[in-house]
Ligand binder design. Structure first.
Ligand code: ZN
Length: 364
């Protein structure tokens, strides 16, 4: 991403957003290294800001953004997790309201009810996938949810049909299982979960073959779209190179993507991108309020979503409680507020210039 002198404030907002969403609050020990790898792969530009800029460039009213998310694990979380679907709903909201994009979310069939409920909580109208093509994106904020096949070829064929038929401008994975070079999908602990996973690799491949923007959001390195950091994930994760399952290919995802966004909790990566979109468009309403954040967690719990880390049907994601998530949202909004919070004062010394004129608030 090119940096111009006018970009100083936006760039600093991007840096602050990345710092917040990638802070290793529970000291798992891998986020810093994965984040740094993703930065290197992105020419050292802030990740969420890059994602927001690319989306603003590619997505125009009436084009479609495909989001894919979710993992079901029979015997642990048969109706999905709180991490992934909530971030997907937040990002869908920002893209639909901020860029007038049509939204299509693809997931395992067991997750479609939960995702539709979250999209409605996120203020979107949920319509039939077949009705999406007739929407102009400007008239109302709409989203559709469709099941993605667990069979490789069927999933790829369906993806190609959606991409061609719906003017798809971007494909984004949020905490969606990824595959190694052998096409095997794993939990980060090495378990082969391929049989129960709707297949996202073909979706990314079909998008890339058509020059459609692809972004992966993950928090461990085994998620779809983490190809840009695969070598670091292989080195870093205990089962990165050797999964221990018969495939022997390791758990690190190899799926190529234009950008990998690494966050402490994948949801936070989606929140960060929404925040940077808010900053770029000067639309602070694209960031969900703490109240909406709470409603999203309550919706996920009501629809059967559980905390994937603890297995509890709790108001938490990856072991981090809802009040902390609301705190992250408050801080993101405060980071975005840097654009308007500058007061001319003899005691203030603004060190960062903003390229845009803000009447009387220009740094001096
Ligand atoms: Zn394996």
């Amino acid at each position: 991403m090119e940096r111009t002198p006018d970009d100083e404030l936006i760039w600093q907002i991007g840096e602050n957003v990345d710092r917040l969403i990638a802070i290793d609050v529970l000291s798992y020990g891998v986020i810093d290294a994965l984040y740094r790898a993703a930065r290197r792969a992105n020419g050292d530009a802030p990740l969420c800001l890059t994602a927001a800029r690319l989306l603003r460039e590619r997505v125009s009213p009436g084009t479609t953004v495909v989001l894919t998310t979710g993992l079901i694990l029979p015997g642990h979380h048969p109706y999905g997790e709180t991490d992934g679907p909530i971030g997907t709903a937040v990002l869908a909201r920002a893209l639909a309201i901020g860029l007038s994009a049509r939204i299509l979310v693809l997931a395992d069939p067991e997750l479609t009810a939960l995702i539709a409920a979250l999209l409605r909580t996120a203020e979107l109208q949920v319509i039939d996938p077949d009705a999406l093509a007739a929407e102009d994106g400007r008239h109302r904020a709409v989203a559709a949810v469709a099941a993605l096949s667990r069979e490789n070829q069927a999933a790829a064929n369906a993806a190609a049909g959606w991409i061609d038929g719906l003017r798809v401008a971007a494909v984004i994975a949020v905490e969606k299982p990824g595959a190694n070079a052998l096409g095997v999908y794993h939990m980060v602990g090495g378990t082969d979960i391929s049989a129960g996973v709707s297949k996202g690799q073909g979706l990314f491949a079909e998008a890339q073959a058509r020059g459609v923007l692809t972004i992966g959001i993950g928090d461990r390195g085994n998620e779809l779209g983490m190809g840009p950091i695969v070598e670091t994930a292989r080195d870093l994760l205990p089962f990165g190179r050797s999964c221990g399952c018969p495939c022997g290919g390791g758990v690190a995802d190899t799926t190529p993507a234009d950008l990998a966004v690494v966050a402490t909790v994948s949801n936070w990566g989606a929140y960060g991108i929404a925040t940077c979109l808010a900053a770029l468009l000067e639309r602070s309403d694209l960031i969900q309020s703490p109240e909406l954040e709470g409603e999203l967690f309550a919706t996920a719990k009501r629809e059967g979503g559980v905390d994937g880390m603890t297995g509890r049907a709790a108001l938490s994601a990856d072991g981090i409680g809802m009040p902390v998530n609301q705190g992250v949202v408050r801080l993101l909004a405060e980071i975005d507020r840097a654009q308007s919070a500058r007061f001319p004062s003899p005691f203030s010394t603004p060190l960062i210039r903003s390229g845009r004129s803000r009447g009387g608030m220009a740094p001096r």
